[in-house]
Design a binder for this molecule. Sequence first.
Ligand code: EPU
Length: 345
Amino acid sequence: MNRAQNGPLPAKLIPNLGLKHRNTFGFDASAELAYEITSPEQIPAVISDIAKQKLTWRVLGGGSNVILPESLSGATLLMNITGQEMIASDEVATYLAVGGGVNWHELVIWTLENDLPGLENLALIPGTVGAAPIQNIGAYGVEVADYIDSIEAFDAKEQAFVTLRKEACHFAYRDSYFKQNPHRFIVTQVVFKLPKIWQARIHYADLATQFFEGSNPSPEEIFLAACKIRTRKLPDPTVIGNAGSFFQNPIVPQEQFETLLKTHTDLVSYPDATGKRKLAAAWLVDQCGFKGQRMGDVGVYQNQALVLVNHGGGTAQDVLGLAKCIQDKVRAEFGVSLQIEPNIF
Ligand code: EPU
């Protein structure tokens, strides 16, 4: 049979798939029925199959921002669509189309090797390209939304492929239209717009301290500096299970911030674009004495209070139990609610 004429092979079906190595927390989870998606054209048949069997479903990318239970019932879509190419170039920018299953950090390296700077501040963020826009990944003063042109996705509600321009994606701090509409979109490809005129973005305190005042670092130097900070502060998930920041930085009204400042003069915060105030969740958790603490097999990382870790043998229930203790104490101490950042499956 000629595959070129008849489309790609159907998605591979894998029953009872172990996911211990497909989630960076390293939780011992298993998917009842996994579909391996290597091409967008496989998706409509998979979704109709799932609907016929009345199964629940979810999408799994790199597993770096999820909390998995022991058993995932129904269907789990493993996104393995690869491929990256320059699709256009004009006076202002280069446009890159990248498959949702491509590893994020490898894409950052590839862009730099091909003289396409812009993504260097986002080096070493775990996960896939398709997952990046869902929570609008960000680090060191840059968010992925700054470089997105459009997203290709399968809309399970409308049963159709859609192209969402950046404006339609409603990007905000660790938020997007995709995150606000769970179980609806399956991101297949991201189109990046990388401006031809590059400007270093090193205003973020941690990054600024890596360079001499007035120095003019190259994209590669910024990339290396971001890697250095992350390696120092964040645990390597291949060594100690974690999902990066476990809580979002809470955004509070200016009046609440001013009241808090009276009793906590060293409160760490940043101005927010909407006139509110973003508090450093890491500082709040740290002040409550959780840094380096352990609760059974899970704990709070010793170098970063915002990162919860699995010391080995921990479960979703364990980490959510620890999270509840932290949330309760931070609420009692500061009157602030911490929102869990990774997706709870
Ligand atoms: N701090 C403490 N104790 C700690 C750690 C930090 O008091 O244990 C205080 C420090 O004063 C520091 C402030 O908290 O100045 C903020 O810490 P940091 O600059 O390390 O960044 P963060 O707010 O903890 C955020 C993102 C990270 C991102 C970094 C760098 C969120 C929830 N987290 O962390 O993103 O890499 O900034 O831009 O926005 C992720 O989302 O998974 C993630 C790792």
